[in-house]
Design a protein around this ligand. Sequence first.
Ligand code: 13P
Length: 240
Amino acid sequence: MYFIANWKMFGVLNSLNSIHKVVKFLKNFKKNNSLKIIYCPPNTLIRPMTKKLKDTYIDVGAQNCHEHDKFGAFTGSVNSIMLKNVGAKYVIIGHSENRQAGESDKLINLKIKSAIKSGLKVIFCIGETLQQKRKKITKQVLNKQIGFGLNKIKIKNNIILAYEPVWSIGTGVIPKKNELFETINFIKKKINKCKVLYGGSVNPKNINDLKSIVNIDGYLIGGASQDPKKFIDIIKKTYS
Ligand code: 13P
C-alpha cells in the first residue's frame, strides 16, 4: 500500500521536525513489505528532507515540474532534471489544483514524458469536478484525462495513478463505497499495469471505510499528511 503525503504549499524548514515521529513509528512498526511511504513537500524542502530521510524506507517526491527536459529561460520554473538532482524520486503531475489553474491534458502529457525521461516516477492525478459528477460524465472525463495524459507513453512501473475527485479534495466528503470501487475498477481496466490510489479527504476517521474497498492500492493524502499523528494513524488503521 502506498501512503503519499502531498504537503501542497505548506511547510518551512522547521516543519521537517515533524517527520521524525513518522520515522520513529516505522522503526517499531511490524515491517510490512507492501508499505511504501512517499513525502512530496514543496520544492524548497526536497533536499533537506531527503537528507533527513536517509537510511529510512521513505522516499521523497515533488508536486509538479516544468515540461522541458532541458535547462532553459523559464523564470521561476523547475524541471524534472533539477528535481532528480536534489533527491526526488517521484513527481505528482496533473493535480486538479494545477489543472484548475490552466494545466491542459496536452501539457500534462509533456510533463509526464519529461519526468520519465529524467528517471522520475510519476504520480498521475485524474478526477472529475462536482459538476461533471452531477452530469454523470465521470467515466468520459477520466477516459479523456487518461487517454491524453498518457498518450504515447509506455507504461511500466513508472506511473502510479491517483484518482482524486475534485469535489472530495479538502471537503471532508468521500465517494460512496460502491461508486469508488467501480471507478477504481474502471481505471484499472483501462490501464491494467498501474497501481491506482485514492485521494480526497483521507483521514483517520474515514480510513476504515476506505480500506474496505479492496481494489485501492493506497492513498494520496493532503491535509492529514501534515500532521504526523494523523498520518501514522491512517497507516496503523490500514494494517489493523
Ligand atoms: P486532502 O487530503 O486535503 O483532501 O487533499 C487531497 C489532495 O489533493 C492530495 O493530493
